[in-house]
Design a protein around this ligand. Structure first.
Ligand code: HEM
Length: 507
């Protein structure tokens, strides 16, 4: 502890000693407390010292840009992320050459052809989801929107990544050699990934709990399905002998596993590991963002009415025929309007990743408020996205709306200002980093935006989103309270309880 205190003091940055200073050490509270800890300290960058090591927290846009731009100086703390490698090595838990190799393999897949596929598949899946909600009868009541948003996002990914469509009325027969259908295996794995990360397989094997048995069975089954997909893809590549196409993510990783160049070749395990992690990275993030966005819309009928009018203007007579909307013609126009404003404001307030950890293997200098500071090697340097996204210097503070008292901190609804994004105001670089920045930024940014845009347009072109309790002030106060209080962090930010919504046919 004394040594760590000394190195914190030598940095010249403000420091506090844990455990006397706990709030930020409780990672699951990061979102709820937002900027508060920095306000208390009176600085935007400071160190928490503990006997186990020092943690530098920052919500200073300038420092954030230094941490994200200097990717050789500030790297991922890979030893903390190894638990993600349940099927094999992953891009998320890799660094250096290994990480560069995975990124180079995946990047060509995230091209405009893929975004076109995402657009079409999203519209079709959103329509099926509305049918699943019985919306064709005029009103669909959905007790837990997040469950279905997760299913929806998984379906879109399965098509885009593996060219394997998934249906809402899954009637697939279990194929020979399997104990579960593909959709049951994949959905069970992604519903229970926390269990798979935390509990060692041998323990799951002997556990008497039924859910652990199913979890392990799904884990094994999804691996077999991936092995079959990889084997099919190898055959496909051998038969077409076309090395130029980047049809899907699966194909890119399989091709890399067959590369004759040992410098670029990856092991089969890295194919499985990466297919898994891409599905994880791209599925809950999108599902939770969509859930929060729909909930915010239900709580702000005035903004929703403006969004409906915008969709009417942009799509005109084509509003009722989503199949006629096209990615080149409609995506940018919709995203430049209320749908883009809704997405930006949702991911500003609901930071899917409330903190982004980095570390410096060697001593580094950082410029903070114009002064140079020396950071001891192996400091955990954490970007606090929830704090910088609500920093009073860069963002409007919660309005004194009629729902504020009912909401309680962090006042998500009173802070919701989507209009900001419509006015094309300048955003200070580094103050809005929902997809991170730099070399380790989100590879699926455009993918996520296309999916969000097509999903919200499909739902809102035809339906009004309401809270199950209705649209009166008391119902909205109750809804507003839930979206401020019933939010948890578990690998990502998500609702901690079911959010019920209803979808009423627009007049
Ligand atoms: C609203 C949706 C999404 C948000 C807010 C989001 C946010 C992020 C953030 C903040 C990171 C950096 C994490 C870190 O450095 O610790 C990240 C990384 C990543 N994201 Fe996303 N993401 C979203 C959707 C997606 C989608 C749809 C995909 C896949 C198509 C995807 C694939 C990835 C991958 C592969 C990485 C790791 C990149 C690397 O380490 O080089 N994400 N994402």
């Amino acid at each position: 502890l004394q040594r760590n205190i000394r190195s914190a003091r030598d940095s010249g940055l403000k420091y506090v000693v844990a455990p006397s200073w706990l709030p930020l050490s409780l990672f699951y509270r990061t979102w709820a407390i937002g900027y508060e800890p920095f306000e208390k300290q009176g600085v935007d960058t400071f160190i928490i010292v503990s006997p186990a090591g020092n943690v530098m927290w920052t919500c200073d846009p300038d420092v954030i840009l230094q941490l994200t731009a200097r990717h050789n100086d500030f790297v991922k703390p890979t030893e903390m992320l190894g638990m993600l490698n349940i099927y094999g090595p992953t891009i998320t838990a890799a660094e250096g050459d290994e990480h560069r190799r995975y990124r180079k393999i995946a990047a060509p897949f995230l091209n405009e052809d893929t975004h076109q596929t995402v657009w079409t598949e999203t519209i079709s899946q959103a329509q099926s989801m509305l049918e699943h909600w019985n919306c064709n009868k005029g009103v669909g009541v959905v007790p837990d929107v997040n469950v279905d948003a997760n299913r929806f996002a998984l379906h879109v990914l399965s098509k885009a990544f593996f060219n394997r469509p998934m249906a809402w009325d899954d009637k697939t027969v279990i194929p020979p050699g399997h104990k579960l259908s593909y959709s049951k295996a994949i959905s069970t794995v992604f519903k229970n990934y926390s269990t798979l990360f935390m509990i060692p397989k041998p323990v799951l094997k002997i556990s008497p709990a039924q859910e652990h048995k199913l979890c392990l069975e799904a884990y094994d089954e999804f691996k077999i399905y991936m092995e079959e997909m990889v084997a099919d893809e190898k055959q496909h590549i051998a038969s077409t002998q076309d090395s130029s196409d980047n049809d899907n993510l699966l194909q890119n990783f399989v091709k890399a596993s067959q590369s004759p160049d040992t410098e670029t070749q990856i092991p089969d395990a890295a194919v499985f590991g990466n297919l898994f992690i891409f599905t994880l990275a791209g599925h809950e993030t999108s599902a939770n963002t969509l859930t929060f966005a729909l909930s915010l819309l239900a709580c702000r009928p005035d903004f929703q009415a403006a969004l409906h009018a915008d969709i009417n203007d942009i799509l005109g007579a084509r509003r009722d025929t989503p199949a006629s909307w096209t990615y080149p013609q409609d995506y940018s126009r919709l995203m430049d309007g209320h749908i883009g404003a809704l997405m930006n404001e949702t991911i500003r307030l609901y930071t899917v990743l409330p903190f982004i950890p980095k570390t410096n293997p060697s001593v580094q200098s950082l410029t903070v408020d114009g002064n140079k500071h020396i950071l001891a090697a192996n400091t955990l340097a954490i970007v606090n996205t929830s704090a910088v996204h609500r920093h009073p210097k860069y963002w409007l503070q919660p309005s004194s709306s009629p729902t504020k008292a009912a909401e309680g901190p962090p006042y998500a609804l009173s802070s919701f200002r989507p209009e900001f994004w419509l006015n094309k105001q300048n955003v200070v670089p580094g103050s809005f980093v929902p997809f991170a920045e730099g070399f380790r930024s989100c590879l699926g940014t455009r993918f996520a935006k296309v999916e969000f845009c097509a999903a919200v347009a499909t739902i809102c072109a035809e339906f009004e989103v309401q809270l199950i309790g209705g649209t009166d002030t008391e119902a909205i106060k109750a809804g507003a309270r839930r979206i401020s209080q019933e939010v948890k962090f578990e690998m990502g930010l998500k609702p901690s309880d079911a959010i019920g919504l209803r979808f009423v046919k627009r007049r």
